[in-house]
Every structure is written in structure tokens, then in C-alpha cells.
Ligand binder design. Structure first.
Ligand code: ADP
Ligand code: MG
Length: 625
């Protein structure tokens, strides 16, 4: 009993009130049953407990009718129970409403439990931050942090803001935001993101964003919008209802009119059967278990750092048969290292220096490597205007002279007489105006999990796996061979990537595009499902994608796919079980073989079964190491 009371305490106030109403009404009901009362008193003694449990259902039914949405389950329950009162089946009228509300309570508790696991994720918001001003520390709320503030993060504290480490080194636990359990080592100069926990050393951070634009604020927004909202998961139900509801209503009307006319029987008898039929038709199990399954699936995914924007994105992923990968930064590390500089007339150091200055504002992985290869810190005051040519490279003014740095397409654009390189690496050509200067040879590394991930996807019956890249053919061919992709396209512009993806979709394939969000936001948007990898810190990717993988772990792809498929499998199982059961009850009801309260009671049974089935999504093998 004590345990029961404890359980009662975990309910929210609405659930508590409903429980009390149910218990009180049930007691009144049994008293009414046991008494031998005159007619009008008898009616009242059932009607009072009935209204006690059902007043809100009746109220919403009327309200929905006024709004023109008259065919929901509350309407069905109201019609049925009022009909039962009219037929003087008082106990039955009560039972219909009682079982319906019992089911509602059960649903609310089950959905609440799943929502909680998502809300736990929301607790990763940092509560305070420590700002360093003139050597003194002050405690502020993260919302008060300004760009450029120096923030102290001590061991055990949560990083309150996105920023760069200016002093100290430590290891971070990023599992709350990326789902990755291994700690990440960071040191001076590294960019770190809010939401991770500082494990070992004290560090000083230079704030690079305000709280509302920080990674953590964006993630929380996403989680709240995807899993918190019920409406999106109801699309599936709406689609079902489009066929189901009219079918049921028409059948009920026919049932109450045709047989009495044809068989010359009492209208009342068939009217009663039509009522049973209507009540029995209410797909409570579906209305409850479907949103619940989606919430579970989305919650399981976000626990692993896979953020799906909603139920329809999850559903679409489950149907995907083709994966298209971007190369740079997606299948490869995107951390290039300069291995050579080839030039006939300019010295290597100035090529590296000018390229580092020119690329200093770019977020492309190539830019980072060029900045790193330059021995000197790039002097940004020498930089004038910069224009990025997506998929080609950049154009920048350095010391008042115009430079072009990028691939052969860019060289052709400015009519520079470039030299092909025989190395099977990524080549960055450079020209001053149309005057060719030489090229930088850089090499990238394929991610260690790439091959394994592709293999797993193949094992999951993904029919086609394709690689698209803006890089040179030799590099693309070598990469696709190593990771086990048979179909690849090289030297593409972002618009070409869109075109190829559209063509493949046009062939009837359901396409997921996986990219890193740099230069590929258009494809992410066009594909049936856009998946952005390593999105930590990338706003573009978070906005353009349907599914966001917070970290770089490619094995999260097969995992996301199995979560989506399992969720949809459960949704479909529940749909089939409930509809099959419905069909049986409806047929029996039409022949007068089922009493109304039994129909509702049995529906609660199927609902409990469906809900238990929904909860299975939480238990999955999830090895991504
Ligand atoms: P991928 O499709 O492999 O991800 P991108 O579309 O990002 O590659 O870029 C395609 C090619 O354009 C790169 O291989 C590179 O040659 C060139 N490029 C793009 N951006 C830059 C840049 N900032 N600096 C130099 N070259 C660039
Ligand atoms: Mg890329």
C-alpha cells in the first residue's frame, strides 16, 4: 500500500484528479448497483457517477462539434453512453465512460514516462557560469554571457557557452550532447561546446557566442520541438482516420436503417447495435500507442546523439533504400595535411602564407589545413574582400592583389593555365589573377569507422550506396574503393550534387543524403532525408537537415536506421493488431453479439498490449564503438 502511495505521488495533478474521480465514481456505481431504487432515483444514482468521470469528455465532445471536428473518440464515447442511458442501460452507460477514462489515465501515465526520458536530456542546460573580470570571479547566469567574455570552467562543471580555450587543458565528457561515451581531450586553442562536462582540469574560455545562439540552446530547441510536440506524430493517425472514420460512420448509419427495413424488425434494436458498433469502432489503442511509439523512438535516438526532427522524419528514414554520402568531412576526417607544394616560379613559403591569409575566414576543412601548414600566424590585416565559390574554392584579395585558390574548375573559371598533378591526392591550385602560381598537395584520412558503417548498411539491405564529391576523380575513386562504395561521382559542384540526388530520387529510390553541412546544405534539403554529421557547432547543418548526428561517428547511421525501422515496425504491428481486433468486434457488434461495455473493455485490453509493445523501442542493441 505504501508503495502504491509512492507511485501515486509520481503522478501529475491532472492524473491524480482523474484517478480520484475514477475511484469515487466506481464506489458510487457499486452502491447504486446494490440498492433497490425507484426509477428516477435509480437514474440519478448512475448519472451522478457518470458525470463525475465523464464531464470533461462530454464537454470536449460538444466543443469539438462546434468546431466542426465532430468525429473524434470523445464524440463516439458521448454518443454511445448517452444512447445507453436512453435505452435505460444505466450500468452500461457508466461502464463505457469508466473504461474510456481508465484508458486515458493509463495513456497519460505511459506517455508521461517516455517524455520524462527526453526531459532528462533537457536538464543538460548549464545553470550558472563563472566570469573572470579583472582577475576576480563572478557567478552569473549563462544568458548574461557576452561574446568575448572570459569564462572559467572548473572540473565537474558543465561548459556554459561555446568558446575557445585560452588557457589550460582538460578532458571533456560530451556524452550528453553527442551520445559518445569516450572522453575528448582538449587544449589551448580548441573550440569547445556548451553542454559538455569538464572532467579533469580547470580551463579559461573565450566566449564565442551568446547563450541563445549556443550549441546547447539549439539542441534543446530541437529536442523540444521534435519529441515534445505530439502533433507531428499524429500525421500518421490523421492519414488512417481519413479512410477509417467515414467508413465507420457510413456503416453505422446503414446498420441502423437498412436491416430494420429489410427484415421488418424494430428500429430500436438496430439503433442499439449501431451504437455498439460506433463505440467499438473507436481506435483508442491506435490513438494512444502510435504517438507513444514515436516519442519512444525519438527519445531512444536522442539518447545516442541522433536528433530526428520529428515523427515524419523518422518514418521517412525507415523507408530509405539508398544512401548518398558526401566525401570530405563525412567519410573522411576532413582534416587535411599539406604534404607538398609544387611551383615553378614562386617559393613555397609565400604560397602557403598567402593561402593561409586568403583562407583565414573560410570554414571549409581545406582552409583549416592551409592555416595549419603556414608557419606564421596569418596576418589578417593584409586580407581584403573574400568570395567563396562553393565546390570550387575561394577568391580573395591579399595585399591588394586578387588570388584564386581552389580546384581546376576555379582555374578554368579565371582562365589560368594550370598544371595537372599526378599525385592521387587533393590538389589546391593557386593563381594571382589568371597567372598560375602552382599547387598545394594535401591529403585527408578516411574515417576509421567508414568501412564498417557502409558494411552494416549493406547488411541492413540498403540497395544502393553512392558517393558524391567535389574532389578530383583519383582521390574519389581511391576513397570509394577503400570504404566499399561501388558508385561514385567526382568533380561535382553543389548544384550537380542536387541534380544527381534528384535523378536518383526520380528513379523511385528513397534517398538519404549524409553530409557535413559544408557546401551541401542544398542537397541536405532536397533529399528525402537529409542527415548532417558532426553537427556540433554547425548552424547550417542543424537547420538544413532532417536528422542531425551530433558527433562524427559514422556507426550512428546504421543505428539510426535500425531505431527508425524498429519504431515503424512496432507502429505497424500495433496498427494491424488493433485494426484486426476492431474488425472482429465490429462484425460481432453488427450481429448483436457484443455488449457495449465489453467492446470498450476489450479495447482497453488491446490498448495495454499496444502500449507495452511501444515500450520495446527503448531496448535495442546499440554498439557504436
Ligand atoms: P566534397 O564534395 O568532397 O565535400 P566540397 O564540395 O566541399 O567537397 O569542395 C569541392 C572541392 O572544391 C574541394 O575538393 C576543393 O578542391 C574545392 N574547394 C572548396 N572550398 C575550398 C576552399 N575554401 N579552399 C580551397 N579549395 C576549396
Ligand atoms: Mg563536404
Amino acid at each position: 500500500m505504501y508503495a502504491d502511495m509512492q507511485y501515486f505521488d509520481t503522478l501529475d495533478s491532472e492524473q491524480k484528479t482523474l484517478s480520484i474521480r475514477l475511484v469515487a465514481a466506481l464506489i458510487m456505481f457499486f452502491i447504486a448497483l446494490s440498492l433497490n431504487l425507484s426509477r428516477i432515483v435509480l437514474f440519478l444514482s448512475f448519472f451522478i457517477p457518470y458525470t463525475l468521470i465523464g464531464y470533461d469528455v462530454l464537454f470536449y465532445a460538444v466543443k469539438n462539434i462546434l468546431h466542426g471536428q465532430w468525429l473524434d473518440e470523445r464524440f463516439l464515447m458521448s454518443i454511445a453512453s448517452i444512447g445507453a442511458f436512453a435505452l435505460k442501460d444505466y450500468a452500461e452507460a457508466f461502464a463505457v465512460m469508466f473504461f474510456y477514462q481508465l484508458g486515458e489515465l493509463f495513456q497519460s501515465i505511459a506517455v508521461g514516462k517516455s517524455r520524462k526520458s527526453i526531459e532528462e536530456l533537457l536538464s543538460l542546460a548549464p545553470e550558472t557560469a563563472t566570469r573572470l573580470i579583472n582577475g576576480t570571479e563572478e557567478t552569473i547566469s549563462p544568458e548574461e554571457i557576452l561574446i568575448g567574455d572570459t569564462i572559467v570552467v572548473k572540473p565537474g562543471e558543465r561548459v556554459p557557452i561555446d568558446g575557445r580555450i585560452i588557457k589550460g587543458s582538460t578532458s571533456l565528457n560530451t556524452s550528453d550532447i553527442t551520445g559518445e561515451s569516450a572522453p575528448v581531450e582538449v587544449a589551448e586553442g580548441d573550440m569547445i561546446y556548451s553542454g559538455s562536462i569538464n572532467i579533469s582540469g580547470s580551463i579559461l574560455l573565450l566566449a564565442e557566442s551568446e547563450y541563445e545562439n549556443s550549441t546547447i540552446a539549439k539542441i534543446m530547441d530541437l529536442i523540444e520541438n521534435s519529441a515534445g510536440k505530439k502533433s507531428k506524430s499524429e500525421k500518421y493517425i490523421t492519414r488512417l482516420a481519413r479512410y477509417y472514420t467515414p467508413f465507420v460512420v457510413v456503416s453505422a448509419v446503414l446498420l441502423s436503417t437498412i436491416p430494420p427495413l429489410v427484415l421488418n424488425e424494430a428500429f430500436l434494436k438496430w439503433f442499439e447495435r449501431a451504437l455498439v458498433f460506433l463505440v467499438a469502432s473507436c481506435p483508442c489503442a491506435l490513438l494512444i500507442s502510435i504517438p507513444l511509439s514515436f516519442v519512444r523512438g525519438l527519445g531512444t535516438a536522442s539518447k545516442h546523439g541522433i536528433l530526428m526532427k520529428g515523427a515524419s522524419e523518422l518514418e521517412k528514414l525507415s523507408e530509405v533504400d539508398t544512401f548518398i554520402f558526401d566525401k570530405t568531412g563525412t567519410l573522411t576526417e576532413g582534416s587535411f595535411t599539406v604534404s607538398d607544394v609544387h611551383s615553378d616560379n614562386v617559393d613555397k613559403d609565400s604560397i602557403l602564407e598567402i593561402s593561409a591569409i586568403a583562407e583565414s575566414q573560410s570554414t571549409h576543412p581545406i582552409a583549416a589545413s592551409l592555416k595549419e601548414a603556414c608557419l606564421k600566424e596569418p596576418d589578417i590585416s593584409r586580407l581584403g574582400g573574400v568570395t567563396e565559390h562553393a565546390g570550387k574554392g575561394i577568391q580573395a584579395t591579399v595585399d591588394n592583389k586578387e588570388y584564386f585558390i581552389g580546384n581546376t574548375a576555379l582555374m578554368e573559371l579565371v582562365n589560368a593555365d594550370y598544371k595537372e598533378c599526378s599525385f592521387p591526392d587533393t590538389i589546391v591550385h593557386m593563381s594571382k589573377g589568371n597567372d598560375y602560381m602552382g599547387h598545394i598537395v594535401i591529403s585527408d584520412q578516411i574515417k576509421s569507422k567508414a568501412k564498417n558503417s557502409i558494411n552494416k548498411l549493406k547488411g541492413q539491405k540498403i540497395e544502393r550506396i553512392i558517393m558524391l564529391s567535389g574532389d578530383r576523380k583519383p582521390v574519389v575513386d581511391a576513397t570509394s574503393k577503400t570504404v566499399g562504395i561501388d558508385e561514385s561521382y567526382a568533380e561535382l559542384l553543389p548544384t550537380d550534387k542536387v541534380e544527381i540526388t534528384e535523378r536518383i530520387m526520380h528513379d523511385g529510390n528513397k534517398v538519404a543524403f549524409v553530409g557535413d553541412g559544408i557546401n551541401d546544405a542544398p542537397v541536405l534539403t532536397v533529399a528525402d532525408v537529409g542527415i548532417a554529421m558532426g553537427a556540433l557547432g554547425s548552424d547550417v547543418a542543424i537547420e538544413a537537415a532532417d536528422i542531425v548526428l551530433m558527433d562524427d561517428n559514422l556507426l550512428k547511421l546504421p543505428l539510426a536506421l535500425s531505431i527508425a525501422r524498429k519504431t515503424m515496425r512496432i507502429v505497424k504491428q500495433n496498427t494491424t493488431i488493433s485494426l484486426a481486433f476492431k474488425a472482429a468486434v465490429l462484425i460481432l457488434g453488427a450481429f448483436g453479439q457484443v455488449e457495449m461495455w465489453l467492446a470498450v473493455f476489450a479495447d482497453v485490453g488491446v490498448m495495454i498490449l499496444a502500449v507495452l509493445n511501444s515500450l520495446r523501442t527503448g531496448h535495442m542493441k546499440t554498439n557504436t564503438q
